[in-house]
Ligand binder design. Structure first.
Ligand SMILES: Nc1ncnc2c1ncn2[C@@H]1O[C@H](COP(=O)(O)OP(=O)(O)OP(=O)(O)O)[C@@H](O)[C@H]1O
Ligand SMILES: N[C@@H](CCO)C(=O)O
Length: 308
């Protein structure tokens, strides 16, 4: 049997709408992501289990992991022996934690290993992005590549091999708080402006290029000082109950940055110390999340998708 884990991720990472994303590893060792197990069988079988399985359509044909299996068998490895594929759905749907990307990445990575197809990194990333595009209403790689490769990834079609890994300050902690309700990605994309002004376009380019260069040259505090989302956050914040209050309160507890993870409603902070991260997590647990929500203090997951 092959069992593959794919981590949750923060799309956009505030400065890089559709172009920057980071994989998350909770410091308490929780596996915050989906797991796909593939084993030989007499006919193709699909099982969806895990905490959030009941939130997905009961028809396998509507489950992305099963759709990936069908696509893989038809277009990539027609002679692959029959398999039992189990998706352990551990990430909430419509969370802003790259839930759909997680299932897609774990499934293709597991099938590639099981079938011995040895697809190249770029071939796999393109396959994965095709499926992410189907559900999210736009082709973007900022959950796919961090989830697959780990770390912080500057990512997109213009980028050689689709992705470049960026360094971060080893002292940074990330608090990720899922409030316990869903926000559909396609809906959260539909509220964005169709066009940007010349001023906004130039500023976005400056901010993302400066942020990336500052990280690459180890000027981490300078990078933090320009880490903000002027593209999506102003339009999405009104869709997320409690976000504006959290954004106002958390800097006083030590958050350097407060922004939306992916399309939301998960909120993330960057903190420079564990104490600050703990204070933010406590506030978020008391004021941002409901009974269905959760909050994790994280580092980046530098391993990305891996066999367990
Ligand atoms: N295995 C799966 N994992 C996640 N979503 C799935 C899966 N299979 C089918 N879906 C459907 O895909 C859609 C995913 O919605 P959406 O893109 O909003 O979620 P998300 O991936 O969690 O968002 P985000 O990328 O912001 O974290 C839902 O309609 C869901 O029912
Ligand atoms: N970059 C995407 C991420 C979706 O998780 C967006 O913000 O819509």
């Amino acid at each position: 049997m092959i069992e593959v884990y794919a981590p949750a991720s923060i799309g956009n990472f505030a400065v890089g709408f559709d172009s920057l994303g980071a994989a998350l590893a909770p410091i308490d060792g929780t596996l915050l992501g989906d797991i796909v197990a593939v084993s030989p069988a007499t006919r193709d079988e699909f099982i969806c289990s895990g905490e959030y399985a009941h939130k997905l359509p009961s028809d396998a044909n509507e489950n992305l992991a099963y759709q990936c299996l069908v696509h893989f068998r038809t277009h990539v490895a027609p002679s692959m022996p029959c398999v039992k594929l189990e998706l352990k759905k551990n990430l909430p749907i419509g969370s802003g934690l790259g839930s759909s990307a997680c299932s897609v990445v774990a499934t293709f990575a597991a099938l590639d290993q099981f079938a011995g197809t040895a697809l190249s990194q770029v071939e796999l990333i393109e396959l994965m992005a095709d499926f992410e595009a189907i559900v999210s209403g736009g082709r973007h790689y900022d959950n796919i590549t961090p989830c697959y490769l780990g770390g912080l990834q500057l990512t997109g079609d213009l980028i050689p091999d689709k992705s470049i890994s960026l360094p971060v300050d080893k002292n940074w902690y990330y608090v990720a708080a899922f409030p316990g309700f869903s926000l559909n990605t396609a809906k959260a994309r539909s509220v964005l402006p169709r066009q940007l002004s010349m001023h906004a376009s130039v500023e976005f380019a400056q901010r993302l290029s400066a942020f990336s260069t500052l990280l690459l040259t180890g000027r981490f505090d300078n990078a933090l000082s320009i880490m903000s989302d002027e593209i999506a956050e102003p339009y999405r914040a009104p869709l997320i109950t409690g976000f504006s209050e959290a954004k106002a309160a958390l800097p006083e507890l030590g958050a350097e940055i407060v922004s939306i993870s992916g399309a939301g409603p998960t909120l993330f902070t960057v903190c420079k110390t564990l104490e600050a991260a703990q204070q933010c997590a406590q506030w978020l647990e008391q004021n941002y999340i409901n009974e269905q929500g959760f909050c994790h203090i994280c580092k980046l997951d530098n391993a990305g998708t891996r066999q367990l």
